[in-house]
Design a protein around this ligand. Structure first.
Ligand code: NCD
Ligand code: ZN
Length: 352
């Protein structure tokens, strides 16, 4: 059945744009649909100071020239981050948050935090200055099963941290479990969570049943169906704690289809179409705008975008994005598990 929906132009509060030729090739897909994005700092080497963040931002603006796209930057938290850097970041209009990667948790996280105790003075300062902390919430411990790493992080790291620093504003990024949904839903303040499009669609079966499918592999890894259902319920609930962050994370097929393949799913080209499908199938299209265009901006204290987009449900299936050819390397976009019928159209207007 055809249909259409006009919403405030969406934002993506968790995005990997990479650098160099990859940045040039992938950034337009985000800039086309999203007005703003929070850009992850896990380059090699990572973005750990305000000056590098500004230079990276300039490269993103160059790669998205001609689009109305405002990238907000993040700093990568290391154990030797200085208070001066945090003070500079808190004053900077283009810097939105500091990202905590437990060392070894995911792609390019080697220089992350081994022991949260060592960054407590920095986190205290962030709480005092109102600078949010975005967290990759998984423990790195060989003794902990990979499917339990988010739940164990919440119990052993996040809850003690939030008890010690109740004023610290925290975003638990790309949540994948009912445990995370329940934890965020039960908290009274200063805690939000991003949810990706792919975690609303896939389970671990997509990765592992009937053959191994690296293009569905990301971190945190997709969990079982009960968790997916909890995520769908959270995203479509209207609760302002949950907002959209794609975690679109492109890798070449050379990196993904390897004996030790990279984690990360490139979803930017289809993210809005996937979300429209999901919200439509839940009879919750009226709550899509909150999830993609309102809750995140409110969490970060930013104005809502002024322009709008129209989502249109077509009778015919939309064609899937073709793989990108980036300097001879193939980058495959997310392959949704059900056909996409929604497309995105732009309405006139300008966002600052
Ligand atoms: C991300 C990447 O490739 O940079 N990968 C992923 O699986 N999501 C890093 C991250 O956000 O964990
Ligand atoms: Zn990410």
């Amino acid at each position: 059945m055809a249909g259409q929906l006009s919403i405030i132009r969406p934002d993506d509060w968790h995005l990997h744009l990479r650098d160099g030729v990859m940045l040039k090739a992938v950034a337009p897909a985000s800039a086309m649909h999203f007005a703003r994005a929070m850009i992850m700092p896990n380059l090699v080497p990572p973005i750990t100071d305000v000056e590098s963040a500004h230079q990276y931002r300039a490269r993103i603006l160059e790669a998205t020239k001609g689009h109305d796209f405002n990238p907000y930057m993040t700093l990568y938290l290391t154990e030797d981050m200085s208070p001066g850097t945090i003070r500079a970041a808190a004053k900077d209009a283009h810097l939105l948050a500091v990202k905590l990667y437990p060392a070894g948790a995911t792609t390019n996280s080697a220089s992350g935090v081994r022991d949260i105790a060592r960054v407590m003075p920095i986190l205290e300062l962030m709480a005092e200055l109102g600078l949010p902390l975005a967290i990759h919430g998984e423990v790195v411990d060989d003794a902990v099963d990979i499917f339990d790493r988010e739940k164990v992080f919440i119990e052993t790291q996040l809850e003690p941290l939030r008890r010690a620093l109740p004023d610290l504003r925290v975003v638990l990024e790309h949540i994948t479990t009912k445990d995370a949904v329940d934890y965020v839903g039960a908290s009274d303040k200063n805690l939000g969570a991003t949810i990706t499009a792919h975690h609303l669609l896939i389970t671990r079966n997509h990765i592992l049943a009937g053959g191994i499918r690296p293009h569905y592999y990301c971190l945190p890894v997709a969990k079982r169906e009960t968790h997916r259902q909890a995520l769908v319920a959270a995203a479509t609930s209207g609760n302002p704690r949950y907002f959209f962050g794609s975690d679109s994370a492109p890798h070449s097929d050379t990196a993904k289809l390897a004996p030790c393949g990279c984690a990360g799913i490139f979803t930017a080209p289809v993210a809005m179409a996937c979300l429209a499908e999901i919200f439509d199938s839940e009879n919750a299209l009226d709550r899509l705008e909150g999830f993609t265009s309102i809750h995140g901006a409110e969490f970060y204290g930013l104005p809502l975008n002024e322009s709008r987009i129209t989502l249109r449900r077509n009778d015919a299936q939309a064609s899937l994005p073709l793989p990108l050819d980036i300097g001879g390397e193939r980058v495959v976009a997310f392959d949704p598990t059900r056909p996409l019928y929604w497309s995105v159209e732009h309405e006139h207007g300008h966002d600052g």
